[in-house]
Design a protein around this ligand. Sequence first.
Ligand SMILES: Nc1ncnc2c1ncn2[C@@H]1O[C@H](COP(=O)(O)OP(=O)(O)OP(=O)(O)O)[C@@H](O)[C@H]1O
Ligand SMILES: N[C@@H](CCO)C(=O)O
Length: 345
Amino acid sequence: MSFEISVPATSANIGPGFDVVGLSLSLYLTLQVTITAGGPRTPVLSYEGEGADEAPLDPYKNLTTRVALYVLRCNGISSFPSGISIHVKNQIPFGRGLGSSGAAVIAGVLLGNSLGNLNLSTERMLDFALMVERHPDNVTAALVGGFVGSYLRELDESATAAASVPLAEVLPEYPEDASEDWGRNPPQPPTGIGHYVRFKWAKEIKAIAIIPQFELSTAKARAALPESYSRKDVVFNLQRLAVLTTALGLSPPDAELIYEAMKDQMHQPYRKALIPGLPEVLNSVTPSTHEGLLGICLSGAGPTILALATKGFDKIAQDASAVFAKHGVQVDWKVLEVCSGCSVR
Ligand SMILES: Nc1ncnc2c1ncn2[C@@H]1O[C@H](COP(=O)(O)OP(=O)(O)OP(=O)(O)O)[C@@H](O)[C@H]1O
Ligand SMILES: N[C@@H](CCO)C(=O)O
């Protein structure tokens, strides 16, 4: 038996929607899974593409397979079925703000669901993903696709405690030989942690990802943020986000409206010290200097820049690259489509 799991890249925040909105983009993490009767007890992993020199091939250390085992264990299946081999092909660069970890987590949830024949609903799969990746923007967009807004429900006291267990209990360090049944009970996700809605997306809008050739971990980029914000900054973002969620679905898109609605005061200003050239790139590429540009922001936790545009892709990317080069940062760039979510075939 064999099947293929495919999960798209995502860009979170889109300016003002910090931890709220995400967009699925046409770069993919793909798992080719084969199950052979009488095969080895421990899954055999192979890997090509982005992250090939970093991703562990030990299934008890690799993020995707550890998430799959978590899903299986929560559903009464204490170890991987035998005879599994998984070939990973990855187009999503690690630690660049394009949702590589969210894609790996969703791939793990889908893998656990398929291996255990669990028939989990989309909502339940989101619960599992949120036990691992605790902000919903990337995982929701990777799961359902498109331009998506999500929130975490206010849970009662016991569900809050269940959803806040340390990650080390959800994805424990497995012992060297974990191929035997792994006995401890895993923390079950509460039901209905995350809720989402898909917004319209105007088909003519493409996403240019300008990807610096260095990694910035989400943990480090989140550590740069303050604990609290002024009312002025919160209102600044809420006003823009309210407009943006509708403006990106209108045809033809209104560049003046979108450019202003993609500004942010909650995360980008604090992350500029981690990304040389960030303010200059954001300020130098505008609808008046670049025909076709609609808006520009940091993609997720960075360092990638996301420019939304209807034309003029090369000039936007080349000029942003030139600004980064002045700051000693080399980049790759790609023009991407907003795509559908994950699939299992
Ligand atoms: N396909 C994968 N297989 C195994 N581990 C992965 C995979 N993709 C990502 N990871 C893990 O996730 C880490 C990157 O996660 P991180 O949250 O820092 O950045 P990101 O998800 O790429 O960016 P962002 O969350 O801002 O969009 C990698 O260093 C690696 O440990
Ligand atoms: N909303 C998250 C996305 C990164 O995963 C952040 O900006 O930290």
